[in-house]
Design a protein around this ligand. Structure first.
Ligand code: NDP
Length: 295
C-alpha cells in the first residue's frame, strides 16, 4: 500500500518541498507519495483528523499559515516544537500525532554555514515574527546569543513572540522594537548578524532594509530562497551572505528522516530543488505561492 505524506498549508501550490521529498522517496525506493493539501484555517482540524484516522499517512508537513495554529491539534510536541510554539512536521505514533519543528535543525545548518570559521557572534537583529522567526529566535538562544532585537511590521506580534520566549531567554536580552529605519540602523551598528525572516523579497524585488544601512562587517542570512535584493545589496556592501536554501534542504531532510527512519539523500533532494527552481517554481516553505499563470 502506498504510504502518504501531506503538506498542509494555504496556499501550497508551487511548493518546492513536493519536488524535494518525492525525489527522496523515489530514490530510496520508498513507496510513498507527497501530496499538497490546500486547507484554509477552518479546515485544519478536519485535515489533522483525517491523518490521525488513517495509518497510510506517515505524517505531514505544515506550513503558512498553520505552523502555530496546528500545535494544539497534536498529541505531543518535541522540545523544539514546544519551545518555539510552532510545528512544521508531524509524525504518527499509532493514533497519536507528534509535532516537531525541523526548521530549528535547518536553521542551525544555515547559521553554521553563514558564520563559517569565524567565532560565533553573540548579537543579532532579526526581521519578522512569524513561524520561521520563532525557529530562528530559538536557534539563536540555544546557540548562546546574548542580545537579539526583533523588528516586525506589527509590533504586537513581535512582542508576543518575545513574551513566549521569556523563560528560555531569561538569561539574555531578547527584545522587540518598532520597525523604524533609524532604529534598525542604530541596532545594526551594534550587531554582527542580520536575519531576514519576513517574506519581503519573496517573488518581488523588494528589500526589508535600504542598502545604505548595510555595513561590510555584517553576516546576512535571508530565509527567502534565491538571490534576493537584500542579499545582492549586502554583497555589494561587502557582507558575508547566505540565502534560505540550506535551511529549506535541511528542515526537509530532518522531516524525511523522521517519517522514514532513513537518512535523507541530500544530493538528490538538492538536485530536485535546483530542478524545480529551474522550472520557475519560486516558493519555499512558508512562502505564499506564486499566482497560477493565466491560461
Ligand atoms: P509568516 O506568515 O508566519 O510571517 C511572515 C512575516 O513576514 C511576518 O513577520 C510579517 O509581518 C512579515 N511580512 C510579510 N509581508 C510584509 C511586508 N510587506 N512588510 C513587512 N513585513 C512583512 O511566515 P513564515 O514566518 O513562515 O515565513 C517568513 C519567511 O521565511 C518566508 O519568506 C518563508 O519563505 C521564509 N522561511 C523559509 C524557510 C526555509 O527553510 N528557508 C523556513 C521558514 C520560513 P507581520 O507579522 O507584521 O504581518
Amino acid at each position: 500500500m502506498t504510504k502518504r505524506v501531506v503538506l498542509i498549508g494555504h496556499p501550497v501550490a508551487h511548493s518546492l518541498s513536493g519536488a524535494m521529498q518525492q525525489a527522496a522517496f523515489d530514490h530510496l525506493g520508498i513507496d510513498a507519495r507527497y501530496e499538497l493539501w490546500d486547507r484554509a484555517p477552518l479546515a485544519l482540524a478536519e485535515a489533522i483528523s483525517e491523518i490521525r484516522a488513517d495509518d497510510d499517512f506517515l505524517g505531514a508537513n505544515v506550513t503558512i499559515p498553520h505552523k502555530e495554529r496546528v500545535v494544539p491539534h497534536t498529541d505531543r510536541q518535541t522540545e523544539e516544537a514546544h519551545a518555539t510554539g510552532a510545528v512544521n512536521t508531524i509524525t504518527r505514533d499509532g493514533k497519536r500525532l507528534v509535532g516537531h519543528n525541523t526548521d530549528v535543525a535547518g536553521f542551525k545548518v544555515a547559521l553554521d554555514k553563514l558564520v563559517g570559521r569565524q567565532k560565533m557572534p553573540r548579537t543579532a537583529v532579526v526581521l519578522g515574527a512569524g513561524g520561521g522567526s520563532r525557529a530562528v529566535i530559538y536557534g539563536l538562544i540555544r546557540e548562546g546569543f546574548q542580545r537579539i532585537v526583533v523588528f516586525n511590521r506589527h509590533l504586537h506580534r513581535a512582542e508576543s513572540m518575545v513574551k513566549h520566549f521569556s523563560r528560555s531567554a531569561a538569561h539574555m536580552d531578547l527584545r522587540a522594537m518598532p520597525w523604524h529605519e533609524s532604529i534598525i540602523e542604530a541596532e545594526l551598528a551594534k550587531t554582527k548578524i542580520l536575519i531576514n525572516a519576513t517574506s519581503i523579497g519573496l517573488g518581488t524585488d523588494e528589500t526589508p532594509v535600504p542598502a545604505e544601512i548595510l555595513t561590510g562587517d555584517l553576516l546576512v542570512l535571508d530565509l527567502v530562497y534565491g538571490g534576493t535584493r537584500l542579499l545582492r545589496d549586502a554583497e555589494k556592501a561587502g557582507c558575508t551572505t547566505s540565502d534560505g536554501g540550506s535551511m529549506l534542504l535541511h528542515q526537509g531532510a530532518a522531516a524525511f528522516q523522521l517519517w522514514t527512519g532513513e537518512d535523507a539523500p541530500l544530493d538528490v533532494m538538492q538536485a530536485a530543488l535546483d530542478e524545480a527552481r529551474g522550472k520557475g517554481v519560486v516558493s519555499a516553505e512558508g512562502e505564499p505561492a506564486a499566482p497560477e499563470p493565466a491560461a
